[in-house]
Design a protein around this ligand. Structure first.
Ligand code: KE4
Length: 430
């Protein structure tokens, strides 16, 4: 029995599913999840000292690779001063100034402790600002686990929200309208029906929770226009894309300006951090300035701020890192596409910069219905093969692969060899 197996046996007795976030349990791929003990650069190491080339990167935060010396150094220094005060600190001012300087649409920002909190608070702020209750989200987009966001489209693209989880009161879901990603008409139909009641549209500017689905040309611009027409706010959930696609995120990459933006992951450098921000006129509604209440014991925590400030500062000082990340992504995911074509496989590769996904379906993946057509059984076989090769990808077809600055050309070549060997095995068994 490996240490991970023993730990998992113990874990399931005291933690639901043995994990503190469902996807980590390997439910859709089977087997025992390796219990990770340490990480450095592009590698993670489990309790049995097996090393894996990591394409999860803690689901996005580790854009510089694990254990970046400068980030760790700032965290160690912050720890010496104390772990938490529950009081205003200079670091929070520095972090807010940094985000406002790097993301032009953000004039004022509030720190929280997760992406979920950031989205929940941004939506409450949008509802407070507009005096309206309804929101529009997109099937297949994930915005954290706040009640009103755990809603998928019902039948067709036109339906009132249907809860996607036990415990979500229908009353919570009824104000969440689900539309189809990359289908502007489905959004316009929502607004034609109840435009005056819609407070906001929330969208992942690159959908990275149904694999990776880029916005179709004109989609984001169209959302901006329809929101302006009906007086609704446009919220970009940049928890994944923020500081990933460029220093000013997807809004800079695509040139579309939201009213509010949510952040997480990269801004914490691996520590629990989320944030929401936007136009001053809107953010001035947030308590204690205005009537939208939101609070948090550990919001702006000095150690988390130290990690986030260090990571964002490194990214700000190295704009070449984004050129490198996007170049690596174009090459790597392009090579996967080439391997599929060489082996005569119809499968699909979507990517934007250093975010990408290999789908086991023959149809183009432009929305959730397309993504759901993927063969998750084949994905599970692929996943197990890659793990056996020491390549750690997300244990779900509907997650992204994340590249980091620490992924060298040789490491990417190793991952491609893993994919090529699996494709060859596939060919032999056919
Ligand atoms: P957190 O509450 O997990 O910090 O953030 C929620 C969230 C909000 N918005 C977007 C676009 C997100 O991707 C997320 C969380 N992402 C998932 C990975 N797809 C977190 C991993 C997990 O749930 O274990």
């Amino acid at each position: 029995m490996t240490k991970s197996q023993r730990l998992f046996e113990e874990a399931v007795k005291v933690v639901p599913g043995g994990v503190n976030s469902p996807v980590r349990a390997f439910g859709s791929v089977g087997g025992t999840p390796p219990f990770i003990k340490r990480a450095r650069g592009a590698y993670i190491y489990d309790e049995d000292e097996n090393g894996y080339l990591d394409f999860v990167g803690s689901w996005g935060p580790m854009i510089l690779g694990h254990g970046h010396a400068d980030v760790l150094n700032e965290v160690h220094k912050a720890c010496e001063g104390g772990l938490s005060f529950g009081a205003a600190t200079a670091a929070e001012v520095e972090m807010a100034q940094l985000i406002c300087a790097l993301v032009p649409s953000v004039e004022m920002v509030r720190m929280v402790n997760s992406g979920t909190e950031a989205v929940m608070s941004a939506i409450r702020t949008a509802r407070g600002f507009t005096g309206r209750d309804k929101i529009v989200k997109f099937a297949g987009c994930y915005h954290g686990h706040a009640d009103g966001l755990l809603v998928q489209a019902g039948s067709g693209v036109m339906t009132a929200g249907v809860p996607d989880s036990l415990g979500v009161p229908v009353g919570c879901a009824k104000d969440t309208l689900s539309a189809e990603y990359n289908n502007l008409q489905s959004v316009k139909e929502r607004f034609e029906r109840c435009g005056e009641e819609i407070a906001a549209v929330i969208v992942e500017p690159v959908a990275a929770n149904m694999g990776v689905v880029p916005p179709a040309p004109g989609f984001l611009e169209g959302l901006r226009k329809v929101c302006d027409r009906y007086g609704a706010l446009l919220i970009f959930d940049e928890v994944i894309t923020g500081f990933r696609l460029g220093i000013d995120g997807a809004q800079g990459y695509y040139g579309v300006t939201p009213d509010l933006t949510t952040f997480g992951k990269i801004i914490g450098g691996g520590m629990p951090v989320g944030a929401y921000g936007g136009r001053r006129q809107i953010m001035e509604l947030v308590a204690p300035l205005g009537g939208v209440y939101q609070a948090g014991t550990l919001s702006g925590n000095p150690v988390a701020m130290a990690a986030g400030i260090a990571q964002l500062t490194i990214l700000q000082e190295h704009p070449d890192y984004y050129e490198e990340l996007n170049r690596k992504g174009d090459w790597f995911f392009g090579q996967i596409q080439r391997l599929l074509e060489e082996k005569g496989k119809p499968w699909q590769v979507n990517h934007v910069g250093s975010l990408g996904c290999l789908y086991f379906t023959g149809r183009h993946v432009g929305n959730y219905q397309d993504a759901k057509a993927s063969d998750t059984k084949i994905f599970a076989e692929y996943f197990k093969h890659m793990l056996a090769q020491g390549i750690y990808i997300a244990p779900s077809q509907f997650e992204a692969m994340f590249l980091s600055i620490a992924h060298t050309q040789d490491m990417l070549g190793k991952a491609l060899e893993g994919i090529a060997s699996w494709l060859s095995q596939q060919a032999e068994t056919e």
